[in-house]
Design a protein. Structure first.
Length: 242
């Protein structure tokens, strides 16, 4: 791991997979055209997340437990309604090796619908933060209890971790804990991978083709293809038998 005092000099290019706002914050202001700074700052953001990570005994849930669950409180409010939808994944149902024998792991979250403004400025060690954390996680607990059946008990969980927008911001280095740019299809397009700074490229959910694992992976591939020659493309295709 590199310390803060080490400098790594790129020979060809620098690629940032941080968000557009976080990338801008890493650059000297005088190195970036004002028009680009204004464009980034004017781009609207999606809201953040609430997360719930659990570990518990397999006997605490119904036998026909599925790997994915979606709990909707009010169908009229839609998927972007605040605390209206909770997505739940129990990957240890599909792969037992992901958890210790006789255990399940679970991840539940609200899909980019948690306002950062509720959390902005709170001290993560304060009573106010702990209280809000408990209050705003309740919707996920209720969704998990509904999806996992009457044998499930939150009190019997071996692991109970709640993540907030401040958690999202701290550990994932996401500006305001955002899910990504709130760019609507048909109204605007995600920017490409090139930037006004020579040999600085961007990938990730702030660039084309957009938000989500497949789109982000594609953005990385676009940058990689940009940085290598056509001859190298051909060599790679030959190597994989295409």
């Amino acid at each position: 791991m590199f310390s803060s005092l080490q400098i790594v000099r790129a020979k060809k290019a620098v690629v940032s997979n941080a968000s557009m706002w976080d990338t801008l914050g890493l650059l000297p202001p005088d190195a970036v055209p004002r028009s680009y700074q204004d464009q980034v700052k004017a781009t609207p953001q999606c809201d953040s997340f609430m997360h719930l990570h659990l570990g518990f005994d397999t006997e605490c849930v119904k036998e026909d437990l599925g790997i994915h669950h979606i709990v909707v409180n009010d169908w009229d409010k839609g998927v972007d309604g605040e605390q209206n939808v909770v997505l739940i994944s129990v990957p240890s149902v599909l792969s037992e090796g992901l958890a210790p024998p006789g255990k399940h792991i679970l991840h539940a979250y609200t899909p980019g619908t948690e306002p950062f403004g509720l959390w902005d400025g709170l001290d993560r060690k304060s009573a106010a933060y702990r209280s809000l954390k408990e209050e705003r996680s309740e919707v996920m607990w209720k969704a998990v209890e509904l999806a996992l059946g009457p044998k499930f008990s939150r009190e019997k969980c071996d692991v109970k971790l709640v993540g907030t927008p401040l958690t999202h911001k701290r550990f994932l280095r996401r500006n305001r804990g955002t899910y990504g740019p709130a760019i609507k299809a048909g109204e605007a397009t995600f920017p490409g991978q090139a930037t006004p700074v020579p040999q600085l490229f961007c990938c990730g959910d702030s660039t084309f083709p957009g938000i989500g694992v497949p789109a982000v992976a594609a953005s990385g591939a676009i940058v990689a293809n940009t940085l290598v020659s056509v001859a190298q493309h051909s060599e790679l295709l030959d190597a994989v038998g295409i």
